[in-house]
Design a protein around this ligand. Structure first.
Ligand code: GLV
Ligand code: MG
Length: 352
């Protein structure tokens, strides 16, 4: 048992106070790079201004013999990092790996003041977050950090999905959740061999017609990730934190990528990972509301006045609930516009 009064007390003497609200900063794309790769490090000054979040990846996709180089490379990037609109995140190695402790220890000591969010992979339950929470508080106190580091968990095991609500609610440090479809597929023993996206075999078909032609029966592909994503969105909403799609591995299929990202956006996600520069523009387009949608939302809010009662606009009924939806779209448009004058001009919204 723990008193709710203690929930926002720092977990180590001298650690900064936990935040009461997750700061909403644009994070339409979390752009992954491998900091062990010198060529990628050299591109950071060019790529950083084009993304909302730049993430130095230390986990999967970095080979075991490059783990130390990746950590050192990220520290080099972090030391040169000028905080601005773009956030700097990292994905550390998993809690059961031989690298996790060195990752957080070194990153907190060397660039703890530059990092915004630490992404923790393969989180299975609230106990994982409690461990990270206390460890980060101890490190923050030791290093003298003034800002608490936030934690983002990847949902990529069956047990993690079963515990998703308690993971989201485990600490005020929780910033958000990403779907990890590749590891999740393996852990669930799904019979796919992909990183995210749909599968042509996962479908429903119309009923047979007596003496009918089976080839004429229409089938529709279903979304393998709908259930998990929907659970994630509700769990994040309950905890006041942010849901993200995760990776789409088929770089050669921008349309499939855009469709998956858009499903996630419509369902409530705020962003997705970009694994290749070509996915940056896709995420930016998908996770920014369309100007026509923003104009419509503005019209509904204006015509609804104090937000009560009901009006008809172009044959569509508007009431308290549609006003609330429109306010969500407008708030997102305003938040994104604050860092993007081009978007602000497209929306025609005043920026503060
Ligand atoms: C991401 O980490 C995934 O496993 O899909
Ligand atoms: Mg994974």
């Amino acid at each position: 048992m723990r008193s709710p009064k203690d929930f926002f007390a720092p977990l180590a003497l001298g650690a900064p106070e936990p935040l009461r609200e997750v700061p909403f900063r644009p994070s339409r794309m979390i752009h992954f790079f491998d900091p062990s790769n010198e060529r990628m490090r050299a591109k950071v000054p060019d790529i950083a201004p084009t993304v909302d979040v730049l993430l130095g990846n230390l986990e999967d996709a970095v080979s075991a013999d490059s783990k130390d180089a990746a950590r050192a490379g990220l520290i080099e990037v972090g030391k040169a990092w000028e905080p601005g609109h773009t956030q700097l995140w990292t994905r550390v190695n998993s809690l059961d790996s031989p690298w996790f402790l060195d990752d957080v220890w070194a990153l907190c000591h060397e660039i703890g003041d530059k990092l915004d969010v630490i992404m923790v992979p393969k989180v299975e339950g609230p106990e994982d977050i409690h461990y990270v929470d206390r460890l980060l508080a101890q490190l923050e106190a030791r290093v003298g950090l003034e800002r608490p580091l936030l934690v983002h968990a990847i949902l990529e095991t069956a047990r993690g999905v079963a515990n998703v609500e308690s993971i989201c609610l485990a600490s005020p440090r929780m910033q958000g959740l990403s779907l990890g479809p590749a590891d999740l597929a393996a852990d669930r023993r799904m019979k796919t061999t992909r990183v995210g996206g749909g599968h042509p075999g996962y479908l429903v078909r119309t009923d047979p017609v007596p003496d009918g032609d089976d080839d004429a029966r229409t089938s529709f592909q279903q979304d393998l990730w709908h259930y998990t994503l929907a659970r994630m969105v509700d769990a994040c909403g309950t905890a006041g934190i942010l849901p993200y799609y995760g990776p789409f591995g088929d770089i050669a299929d921008p349309i499939g990528c855009e469709d998956q990202f858009r499903n996630a956006y419509l369902l409530g996600c705020v962003g997705a990972w970009s694994l290749h520069p070509s996915q940056i523009a896709i995420a930016k387009r998908v996770f920014s509301p369309e100007p026509a949608e923003v104009a419509w939302a503005q019209r509904v809010v204006t015509e609804m006045g104090d937000g009560t009662g009901a009006v008809m606009i172009d044959g569509k009924m508007q009431d308290d609930a549609t006003v609330k939806q429109c306010r969500v779209v407008l708030q997102l448009a305003r938040d994104l516009s604050a860092a993007d004058p081009e978007l602000a001009a497209a929306y025609g919204l005043e920026t503060a």
